[in-house]
Design a protein around this ligand. Structure first.
Ligand SMILES: CCCCCCCCCCCCC/C=C/[C@@H](O)[C@H](COP(=O)(O)O)NC(=O)CCCCC
Ligand SMILES: Nc1ncnc2c1ncn2[C@@H]1O[C@H](COP(=O)(O)OP(=O)(O)O)[C@@H](O)[C@H]1O
Ligand SMILES: [Ca+2]
Length: 537
């Protein structure tokens, strides 16, 4: 980091040690001053120095605990040593812990005059007020029923105090029913009042916020979402996720951990992570948006079964996982896909998407260029059907991972090298194979081996894909199937072989009621209060 001139620098006390403290535009530093035996000269000790980027200071304030025993003891000690220092200020800042966790730490400096103390608070606050990317007011939705039903408690005990400390104004809505948050955002919320929206819950709750914001933005700009080729308008509001669900994959894959305080701190410092969104259509009607897993076959069946076991909380996925694995269904269908350009890499290139990812940034530059492309040229590109590939067969699973989908169950993710914002999704086709081979593939999600290195697995980085089941889905025929543990039960007695019938899609954990779908990646449609996965220090 380039050294910058200090805005203020003083000799202060930290507990009973004297420290040299300095604040520049970029960084707050303090280092202990060790006195030599004859008291001169004062030698600063480099190994006891600390540096906190200004961008990671949460707040500066007078200690709330000026009366607490520790503070009084320190003051008394300093008084006895004829260095009585009765004025103090506390800096709260982000401290990195292991495995991408952040903590809010406090350091309290003691000054020997009220004026100096107030000057430090004022100068630090002035620097914080220059950080314009930080949210000042937020609209918070809490799902009280997600995960282990701890959303409200998590927010009140772990998140609200840090938001308060950072001086963030919040309006909090505890949802009363499914789709409450989506409908409120879509029709009622005055978004001009807020610098962002926060969701407390799992991926299903995030999906509500996503739909509320995207649908509203398109409506405000007269974009017809039913057109699969419509150019969608990116949402202005950033979204923060406080994990309180069952999988919390969107939080884990964008922050690196599922910890409410870490997420709250990413919101406070005003992080900004653009993210791709898949739009899903059936013929010419819009079905849903997805940012994590769109899965047909294995994951679709697993999810449908797990919905009946919601009362089990997150453990429902383990039980349904076993059951679905032993059913070992496969489904016939056709997948057509449009591969992405080579510049975005390949799902097996082992180049993980990290904070400030070059591939995602490169794609953003080309998106800007694309906007300047003359209309005629653009039209010619769109009209051509060139480049589409077709795979017809029997599939155990057809998955699209628009991001790595890493989560505590599967820390490297369903597609470890997928990117958050490159305008593509990784299409993973698991073709019919033995149960043992499918187990081998699944097991590789938990170790360092490549889960795509099997003859029955194909993986492609794509911009769009279509899926058509061989048998029309019951929904496509306009009747609702009654699902059994091992696939759908058909009212047509001729179709009794589940292995060739239809499954359903899970879309970020919500069931889609059509099997024939068209999917298009909408490049960087939304932004999160996150920064992607940081390199471990
Ligand atoms: C022999 C050991 C095999 C282990 C294989 C594990 C593979 C797990 C892949 C997990 C991918 C998760 C993708 C995320 C999906 C979520 O969006 C979705 C909804 O989340 P939430 O609302 O927070 O519950 N969750 C799921 O679909 C659950 C998938 C569980 C798979 C076991
Ligand atoms: N107040 C509520 N009552 C019932 N369901 C709700 C409520 N608020 C949100 N939901 C729905 O709960 C479902 C699961 O939410 P989510 O937060 O993702 O938890 P989980 O990760 O456990 O699935 C979502 O489909 C969401 O729409
Ligand atoms: Ca992507």
């Amino acid at each position: 980091m380039e050294e910058q001139p200090s805005l203020i620098s003083s000799k202060l006390f930290l507990k009973n040690r004297q420290v040299e403290v300095a604040l520049s535009r970029a960084v707050l530093t303090w280092k202990e001053i060790k006195e030599s035996k004859n008291r001169i000269p004062l030698i600063p000790q480099a190994d006891l120095s600390h540096a906190v980027p200004v961008s990671e200071i949460v707040a500066v304030h007078k200690p709330e605990d000026e009366d607490q025993p520790q503070m009084r003891r320190t003051q008394k000690k300093n008084k006895e040593s004829s260095q009585f220092v009765p004025y103090a200020f506390t800096v709260s800042y982000v401290r990195r812990m292991k495995q991408h966790q952040w903590q809010c730490s406090d350091v309290t400096f003691l000054c020997d005059s009220r004026g100096l103390c107030e000057q430090w608070i004022q100068v630090t606050n002035e620097q914080l007020s220059l950080l314009t990317n930080r949210p000042k007011s937020l609209l918070v939705y809490i799902n009280p029923c997600g995960g282990k039903q701890r959303g409200k408690r998590i927010y009140e005990q772990k998140v609200a105090p840090v938001f308060r400390q950072a001086g963030i104004f919040t309006d909090v809505i505890v949802t009363e029913r499914a789709n409450h948050a989506r409908d409120h955002l879509r029709t009622e919320a005055n978004l001009d009042k807020y610098d962002g929206v926060v969701c407390v819950g799992g991926d299903g709750m995030f999906s509500e916020i996503l739909h509320g914001l995207v649908i509203r933005t398109q409506r405000d700009h007269d974009v017809d979402q039913n057109r699969p080729d419509a150019e969608l308008v990116s949402c202005l509001s950033r979204i923060g996720i406080i994990p309180a669900g069952s999988t919390d994959c969107i939080c884990f894959a964008t922050v690196g951990t599922n910890d409410p305080v870490t997420s709250a701190l990413h919101i406070i410092v005003g992080d900004n992570q653009p993210m791709d969104v898949c739009s899903v259509h059936h013929k010419d009607s819009f079905l849903r948006y997805s940012v994590s897993l769109l899965g047909y076959g294995f994951y679709g069946d697993l999810l449908a079964d797990s919905e009946k076991k919601r009362w089990l909380g997150p453990a429902r996925y383990d039980l349904s996982g076993f059951k679905t694995f032993f059913c070992h269904n496969f489904y016939e269908g056709t997948v057509c896909f449009l591969p992405a350009e080579d510049s975005v890499g390949h799902p097996r290139d082992k180049l993980q998407c990290k904070s400030g990812c070059r591939i995602c940034q490169h794609k953003l530059e080309s998106k800007e260029k694309h906007k300047e492309m003359p209309e005629e040229k653009e039209k010619a590109g769109k009209d051509s059907n060139k480049g589409w590939n077709v795979v017809r067969g029997e599939f155990i699973s057809v998955n699209s991972a628009c991001m790595s989908c890493s989560c505590p169950r599967c820390p490297k993710g369903l597609s470890p090298s997928a990117h958050l914002a490159d305008g593509t999704t990784d299409l993973i086709l698991i073709k019919k194979c033995s149960r043992m081979n499918f187990f081998r593939h699944l097991f590789r999600h938990t170790n360092k081996q490549d889960q795509f290195d099997h003859s029955f697995v194909e993986v492609h980085r794509v911009k769009k894909f279509h899926f058509q089941p061989k048998v029309d889905s019951p929904e496509d025929q306009s009747y609702h199937p009654e699902r059994t543990a091992c696939g759908p039960k058909f009212s047509n007695p001729k179709i009794s072989n589940y292995s060739t019938a239809v499954s359903s899609w899970t879309c970020d954990g919500e069931i889609l009621h059509h099997a024939a779908i068209q999917v298009s990646v909408q490049h960087q449609l939304i932004r999160l209060f996150a920064r992607g996965i940081e390199e471990q220090q």
